[in-house]
Ligand binder design. Structure first.
Ligand SMILES: Cc1cc2nc3c(=O)[nH]c(=O)nc-3n(C[C@H](O)[C@H](O)[C@H](O)COP(=O)(O)O)c2cc1C
Length: 178
């Protein structure tokens, strides 16, 4: 049986560069015969974690928005890929807000092990993704058995469509190799 792979795109920009990386990664997964679910945070109702910690007892978040459905998909996935624009040398606020809301998973069972990061940045230096790696590694360090398996830094991409063909291929090849 194939692996279940969940790709979470967080850009709110139509045709975004990190979205293009996420789609390339997803098509690579599909080509390799594994199962892919694609979720975009755009147009989703995703509120801030209030820090109530109810989830540590109930494994559920009391906030009634779109997060619980995505979390259910995460729990049963073997592989997760997060795509983000680089904002102020970190991850996007919408991805951070979403990751904070995954706290119900912290105290429960989950299948995911390998995590991938796909980022787009205006800066031509690939080090532009380092802050995003640090942010995601903070999340990863809280989930036993998980690790950051691969990173694509779509550097040098400012406007929509500026992501390079090489980077899209890198993301697709990474998707094929999950
Ligand atoms: C609020 C904001 C902050 C940004 N900060 C950075 C940054 O710190 N470094 C960088 O290289 N690019 C930065 N950018 C540029 C984006 O990372 C770049 O346009 C990227 O292609 C956006 O990805 P997307 O098309 O998937 O949304 C920023 C863009 C915005 C809107």
């Amino acid at each position: 049986m194939g692996k279940k792979v969940l790709v979470v795109s967080s850009t709110l920009r139509n045709g975004g560069n990190s979205l293009a990386l996420a789609e390339a990664f997803a098509s690579g997964v599909r080509e390799s015969g594994n199962d892919v679910e694609f979720v975009s945070l755009k147009n989703k109702d995703i509120r801030f974690c209030t820090g109530c910690l109810t989830c540590q007892k109930t494994h559920k978040c009391p906030i009634p928005d779109d997060v619980s459905k995505i979390i259910d998909l995460m729990r049963v996935s073997d592989v997760l890929a997060f795509a983000t624009p680089v904002y102020f040398y970190g991850i996007s606020g919408q991805l951070k807000t979403f990751l904070d809301r995954t706290n119900p998973i912290f105290s429960s069972k989950y299948n995911f092990r390998d995590i991938y990061l796909l980022g787009a940045a205006a800066d031509a230096d690939e080090g532009a993704i380092d802050g995003a790696i640090t942010a995601l590694n903070g999340w990863i360090s809280c989930f036993n058995g998980t690790k950051l398996k691969g990173v694509v830094c779509g550097a040098g991409a400012t406007d929509v469509g500026e992501i390079s063909a090489d980077k899209l291929k890198e993301a697709m090849d990474m998707g094929k190799s999950v």
